[in-house]
Write a new protein. Sequence first.
Lengths: 405, 405
Amino acid sequence: MNTILIVGAGGVGGVAAHKCAQLPEIFHEIHLASRTLSKCRLVATSIRQRTGQEISTHRVDADNLNEAIALLRNLSPDLLLNLALPYQNLTLMEACLATGTNYLDTANYESPETAGFEYKWQWRYHEEFREKNLCALLGSGFDPGVTNVFTSYASKHYFDEISELDIVDVNGGENNESFATNFNPEINIREVSAACRHWEGDRFVESPAFSTHRSFSCPEGLGDFEIYRMYHEELESLTAAFPSLRRAQFWMSFSPSYLQHLKVLTNVGMTSIHPIDYHGELIVPLQFLKSILPDPGSLGESTTGQTCIGCVLRGRKENQPRSIYIYNTCSHESSFRETGSQAVSYTTGVPAMIGAKLMLQKKWFEAGVWNMEHFDPDTFMEDLDSFGLSWSIEESDPFVRKACS
Amino acid sequence: MNTILIVGAGGVGGVAAHKCAQLPEIFHEIHLASRTLSKCRLVATSIRQRTGQEISTHRVDADNLNEAIALLRNLSPDLLLNLALPYQNLTLMEACLATGTNYLDTANYESPETAGFEYKWQWRYHEEFREKNLCALLGSGFDPGVTNVFTSYASKHYFDEISELDIVDVNGGENNESFATNFNPEINIREVSAACRHWEGDRFVESPAFSTHRSFSCPEGLGDFEIYRMYHEELESLTAAFPSLRRAQFWMSFSPSYLQHLKVLTNVGMTSIHPIDYHGELIVPLQFLKSILPDPGSLGESTTGQTCIGCVLRGRKENQPRSIYIYNTCSHESSFRETGSQAVSYTTGVPAMIGAKLMLQKKWFEAGVWNMEHFDPDTFMEDLDSFGLSWSIEESDPFVRKACS
């Protein structure tokens, strides 16, 4: 009898709940909890309509350790899927340790007061999870998550040694908004405004945000996009797991309009995370901005196009240089039809379900705190294909412009 | 013994107080009041240092009729100079009527809830002022104000009939901010975001904000600027006072960067004047934006360059077509040296002082509510020349591009 508790009823939590409900033979009992109970109920109604399954809903303030512990004690789930904001990761890991619950998340801890992210806060819990025979799987979304699995799958089957990694995240989707972020605007803007870091030789080097960019031609005729190098958390765990890497970079596509909006909002101070005194109230400008921007969840219905996320790997196999590109493309429209959310949430929520499935099946289970590349990638790659995120491999380097034919 | 009360200790109120203090033979006793007493005290200190004169300072909430009446009863000024926000005009006119005080302002009434401005709210008080033998002078700044005087001066001396008027307001100043408004950001953004209206034939016609623009070559080598047609309040009184006008337009210069910032902020909803519910508090996005933008008053020290504001008039004199251009140029740096404020405040505050001077001297005094063009322009034009805003007349049309020599 497997019981799971999903915390977070935004786009990703909603997708994961839908996907888990599609597999009642694995997920026998599903609980969904959020600060806002009405959001859980909307997801439950959608699941009932789409799959005929019932899930339970609960209110919880995931910032409050005692509330989280009380809910876990009450439900005794085998696994907590933390799909709330990354601010809550440490509280929820503590709650899992206190109650003997396994743990999974999709994004690493961030402090509300400091932009920038690193795994050290969560890796610190490794010994405690190990001692209690509990497993914590970190970053089981798409990027991080599937990108880690792609890398370890390529390393296992295509290379004797990998030396370069480029992760490329293209959102070719369009909606009717002049400015809208793909996911939680606060987290998104914090992430993309941070200084860029990439792995060069044997260390991370820093460069200004948005200072390095290039054109990228997506496969399957999705078109050309301008991609910008930025820091992303899987670079930290992957460069540690694959020490042969001499360069590792993360790239994300942004439209000229998105960048113009971000630049202006930053110029005037609206993206600042430092509270200001507004008529006696302390208000964080970025949080106020978030409150007036479109809720990414509301854009699912109007978003068209595809995402295209993948890894370019270069290295050697049997002493020959080799380059491959592993990627997934995902349609916003079909994601919305299946789960009520667009592809950005879909591509994160499906790997969360797969990670949870493999943990419950004990295929991916080892006491301690682990990133995705720790476990065997083959079974995860099979599940990606089976559960909506099929992938392709090209034996070529998309960063090298093909000659005109 | 002339006593005046200046309400408003922002840039304009500060300039007017400095200029009045330079004329102790006219302004025997000067009181300065504001919601924020510390701003009054800063102005008083600057006046003491620059002119050796003393002024009195007071705290008043100009939105509160009873507070305003109490202050007027206490001080018994001959004249109230309303240099606060245009939201307060009606309250302060009521307070003047209740206490038998003459009234002057520089910008017409606006309701906080509705963008857009018209004189009807204030013209409505004409009979009451007339009956009490009080004079209210509306719009005694630069535009409106000096632009009205320029128009009536040109009409009196240069034309038998004027048929076209173009008012052109160029701010050729620069500062180190990526986005800063010339004056109160809330009022400025409301004004420039409103739909454009201009007089065509015998009526106002509307067009979208920023939809009509052209290049304008400033005199005295100040350079070329892109000017945008927009609505401005003096068009209402001038087309009524000069019914021969077949076209009347107002133009203002904006930099590409200013427009880009304004567009983005409007796109995301930050320029909205409709309150939103933010964690249970009602907050007007534009007012929140104002609170994080630079205080225009703080930019005086770093602003360089000139303003150039004037009127292009076309019509007939002795049956010949005639075009003239009357303008003033004003240096941000010298304005700051003299009064601690840059030219945008200076060009508004000096005409406020001149209007007050002429009212106290009974040169411009008639019971009722009047716009500037009601009074004889010659004496005002003389004072402009004497008190820091000298003007020039060119017998040419700057809208007609000169042929290359």
